[in-house]
Design a protein around this ligand. Structure first.
Ligand code: PMP
Ligand code: GLN
Length: 388
């Protein structure tokens, strides 16, 4: 008798490989400057690296407590308190294996099959699959272009008796938009009116520029009791490969979060937690970030200012969106995915198209460039892009 393969009913039938892996691989294959996947090409602070070595040498190499090292949670509680977000270290913070795990854990802990979670397109690529795996539905609402602002009337109209959660990403990747204080008021009104949960992805909390200010859900007395917020040390301390972040928020929600967290990962890399607890004591390690990244943003923008790519405003994150519709028609007529491939192969600069962050082809002629790079990298890339 022939042995048949087991039938697999995919939980994610429409999902392929993430665009970040696809474009970084293509960049490598073609030797292109990689401004696609978001990661720095410069080293982490040697002080932080030394603190990890010291923690290992001191014997901190076994399991950390399940919610995270108390010293790290206390350092984070102090940091949050200083920015107007009162959070209890014992009951309201959990250290995670990066923001991606924090997001997935929050969805798994808080969504029931059949629940609806509202997300805003372009939405970071892990949200929708992570919601769907729970048997819940992602209700995707496009941000209003070209500023990528939330249309709150549209959100209100999308709420149904099944709506359980609103997911925000502030500052937004890939929109680069930063929510205003008024946005948070609208969110709080809607969340209170319909008794909704809020999951707020704030991994770029420190990467806000010009007059923009970051407003955390944790600092809003109406939102804090119904919210979880996620953060990433990978983003804040230039160490995306460490995969360490944290989730903070309402104690009742955190209690459910930890029930899932303890069986998903149990606990997170111990020596890195020791190092981060020490490193966080010096606030300049993160208060210096806006100026540091704004300078990089401006090198990229100045390098492209006289070229054919049109720059969109960039208020936050370490990404710059550019519009390629003014290029000669054989290029401007390409869709964004094909243009990003062409750019990688033929111009030697890899970028991320915007359509993977939408439910369907968005029609935008936009690509995303990462400026978390050394000056020489940015200059080499802009020289190529300005002469398209
Ligand atoms: N959310 C957003 C908006 C991101 O850009 C990223 C990418 N770092 C993540 C979450 C995931 O962060 P981590 O690498 O800590 O999992
Ligand atoms: N967050 C990063 C980006 O937006 C990528 C993270 C990943 O590769 N999963 O580029």
């Amino acid at each position: 008798m022939p042995i048949s393969a087991p039938v697999i009913h995919s939980k994610l039938p429409d999902v392929g490989t993430t665009i970040f892996s696809v474009m970084s691989k293509l960049a490598q294959e073609h030797g292109a400057i990689n401004l696609s996947q978001g990661f720095p090409d410069f080293p982490i602070d040697s002080e932080l690296a030394n603190q990890v070595s010291a923690a290992m040498a001191a014997g901190h190499n076994q399991y950390a407590p399940m919610p995270g090292l108390p010293a790290l949670r206390q350092a984070l509680a102090a940091k949050l308190q200083a920015s107007g977000s009162p959070v209890d270290a014992e009951t309201q913070i959990t250290i995670t294996a990066g923001a991606t795990q924090a997001l997935f854990t929050a969805f798994a802990a808080l969504l029931q099959p059949g629940d609806e979670a509202i997300v805003f397109d372009p939405s970071y690529d892990s949200y929708v699959p992570s919601i769907q795996v729970q048997g819940a539905r992602a209700i995707r609402i496009p941000l209003r272009a070209p500023e990528f602002v939330i249309d709150w009337q549209r959100v209100a109209a999308a709420v149904t008796p099944h709506t359980r959660m609103i997911v925000i990403n502030n500052p937004g990747n890939p929109s680069t938009a930063v929510l205003s204080a008024d946005d948070l008021t609208e969110l709080a009104n809607l969340a209170e009116q319909h008794n909704l949960l809020v999951l707020s992805d704030e991994v770029y909390e420190h990467l806000v520029y010009d007059e923009a200010r970051h407003h955390s859900v944790l600092a809003d007395p109406r939102l804090a009791p119904r919210s979880l917020a996620v953060f990433s040390f990978g983003k804040t301390f230039h160490a995306t490969g460490w995969k360490i972040g944290y989730c903070a928020g309402a104690a009742a929600l955190m209690s459910e979060f930890r029930k899932v967290h303890q069986y998903l990962v149990f606990s997170v890399n111990t020596p890195a937690q020791h190092a981060l607890a020490t490193y966080l004591a010096d606030a300049s390690h993160y208060t210096s970030l806006p100026a540091f990244y704004q300078a990089k943003r401006d090198i990229l923008r100045q390098g492209l200012a006289n070229g054919p790519l049109r720059l969109l405003p960039c208020r936050g994150t370490y990404f710059q969106l550019v519009d390629y519709s003014a290029l000669p028609s054989h290029l401007s007529e390409l869709d964004d995915a094909d243009f990003a491939i062409w750019l990688t192969r033929e111009a030697g600069v890899a970028a991320i198209p915007l359509s993977p962050f939408y439910a369907e082809r968005c029609g935008h002629k936009l690509i995303r460039l990462c400026f978390a790079k050394q000056t020489a990298t940015l200059q080499a890339a802009t020289a190529r892009l300005a002469s398209l």
